[in-house]
Design a protein around this ligand. Structure first.
Ligand code: GRF
Length: 214
């Protein structure tokens, strides 16, 4: 049977689109069972609907607290018994209970070369620091924000005249390549989370993960 993904979004959903394209083009051997957004009316929901994918909106403001929202989210996800849960621009901090419930099959992409710049405004901070390189990181999710074992990083140059938008676009192109690629490794049982870190083909990956050069 085909492997199943649930994808969580909050906005534009360009990474979701990369997963849709990869499944349609056979680069990712999986079905997207459900797309969940914590915000109504976002572009990512339009992308899901255009691809005839089931969607759900779960507005976090309608819950009394973070655990209540996460419980509802878990109930929604677990109905589909997904093989992997993909955070794709999902702008919510998740409870430790949620994260451990999906330990080893919960993934995130972050627009920086982690461990540099966890949190928000990554590109702004890289430009302010006059870094010469930026990038994106796919990682297993652990309770601490943006801190899980790294699976793959894509590096891009920071060019003279770059601003947050030009840099974000250059990084996004790479995000759309590395995220479905990492998930395909996982679905092929090549990638797993161990207590030594992320392991690919039986070997523990280096601390920064596999490096993809565009
Ligand atoms: C991406 O830059 C991703 O790395 C970060 O949020 C952004 C989401 O973009 N986590 P999109 O919604 O996939 O277009």
């Amino acid at each position: 049977m085909k492997k199943k993904l649930v994808i969580l979004i909050s906005g534009s959903g360009s990474n979701l689109q990369a997963f849709i394209d990869a499944t349609q083009q056979g680069r990712l051997d999986a079905d997207i069972a459900l797309v969940i957004s914590n915000k109504p009316g976002v572009k990512g929901l339009e992308r899901a609907e255009a691809a005839n994918l089931p969607t759900a909106v779960l507005e976090h403001q309608t819950f009394p607290d973070r655990p209540a929202f996460d419980h509802a989210l878990m109930a929604l996800i677990d109905r589909h018994q997904p093989d992997a849960i993909i955070l794709a621009g999902f702008m919510r901090i998740l409870t430790a209970e949620f994260v451990s419930h999906y330990s080893g099959k919960l993934f995130n992409i972050h627009p920086s070369l982690l461990p540099s710049y966890p949190g928000l405004h990554t590109h702004r901070r890289a430009l302010e620091n006059q870094d010469r390189e930026a990038g994106a990181s796919v990682h297993f999710v652990v309770p601490e924000l943006d801190a899980g074992p790294l699976i793959i990083q894509a590096r891009v140059p920071i060019l003279p005249g770059d601003n947050e938008n030009t840099l974000a676009s250059r990084v996004l192109v790479q995000e759309h390549i590395i995220y479905p690629m990492a998930i395909q490794w996982f679905l092929e049982n090549r990638l797993r989370l161990t207590h030594n870190g992320a392991e690919l083909d039986g070997t523990v990956l280096p601390p920064h993960g596999f490096t993809h050069t565009g």
